[in-house]
Design a binder for this molecule. Sequence first.
Ligand code: SF4
Length: 138
Amino acid sequence: MEKTITGTLPVMEHFYTLQGEGYHQGRAAYFIRLGGCDVGCVWCDVKDSWDAAKHPQLIIEDIILKIEKTPAKLVVITGGEPLMHNLDELTSVLQAKEFETNIETSGAHPLSGNWNWICFSPKNLKNRCPEFYPLPTN
Ligand code: SF4
């Protein structure tokens, strides 16, 4: 029996497109931009994402149904700072359905979720979370 999907996440926007940068550049991907960020970069080009309460809580199951209607096999979770939310349910369901999961994060919050690729972009305004991004010991 399939596990019931119960969670919601604050979603600023979600859409099918091509990944425009990085290692997976050019691949068809479904982007989910989550609301919420407490890092406060002055150069941020998505300041509207900062207040998670401004964005609707979407049911994870409904998002996945939309993804399944596209050709995407890669799902990119971005923000905002997506790790302000627990991403275990979203990513475990996606991976069970054989989607690849990628995340773009500043590393300022503890890692949750199951990932095929982590794009780690630390910011100097807020320390990265030491338990998941340890400094070298030498
Ligand atoms: S971490 Fe990203 S979303 Fe948050 S303020 Fe900085 S650039 Fe904007």
